[in-house]
Design a protein around this ligand. Structure first.
Ligand SMILES: [Zn+2]
Length: 192
């Protein structure tokens, strides 16, 4: 299997046949939304179909578990860029059932790193520089808790423009069914 060769071969035909024409849009999200969701393979096509999102409609960030763990990391920066510079006006965090980050055991993962050649010295140096690896790698106990933590992190960010609703949803990775777990509009009215 040679993925790179396959991709480049397909790409040549895609461009030659002008298949891109169906996707032409610009960098501003038509629906003025930013979606934060999981990198899960089952959501690649399912999530946009289930939410009626087409090319040009939204900005999407994908992280393992739809988790944003650092208030000054690149995921949060992307949200701020979308809100301040690209016309997004609300954010929806979409977690999903059966998420790999719910089952993730950070101790096991550190063992897997060691099995693949990462040395004790490297791990100790990282710990001594103040990064708690087990904490950094941690997922969540249940998906609702994970979504709510990320919603809270965004909502409480000191640089979030006032009046931006931050919603939380959970998607079924098989049927695409969505549950609203945090209604960001309600939280806006309870704040005022
Ligand atoms: Zn996931």
């Amino acid at each position: 299997m040679d993925n790179i060769k396959d991709i480049l071969e397909h790409n040549k035909h895609f461009v030659e046949n002008r298949e891109y024409e169906a996707y032409i849009s610009d960098k501003f999200p038509q629906k003025k939304m930013m979606i934060v969701t999981c990198m899960d393979t089952r959501l690649v096509e399912l999530l946009p179909k289930a939410m009626n999102l087409r090319n040009g409609d939204v900005k999407i960030i994908k992280t393992a578990g739809a988790i944003i763990s650092h208030p000054f990391g690149s995921a949060m920066r992307s949200i701020l860029v979308a809100l301040y510079e690209l016309g997004a006006e609300e954010v929806i965090v979409v977690g999903h059932h059966e998420c790999g980050m719910a089952a993730l055991n950070s101790d096991d993962m550190i063992h897997h790193m060691m099995d693949r050649g990462i040395s004790d010295t490297v791990l100790n140096t990282i710990e001594h520089s103040g990064i708690k690896l087990t904490r950094w790698l941690r997922g969540f106990d249940n998906v609702e808790e994970g979504v709510m933590e990320t919603v809270d992190l965004i909502r409480n960010h000191p640089l979030l423009p006032p009046g931006v609703p931050i919603h939380g949803m959970i998607i079924d990775p098989k049927t695409g069914a969505l549950d609203l777990v945090v209604d960001g509009n309600k939280n806006l009215t309870s704040q005022s």
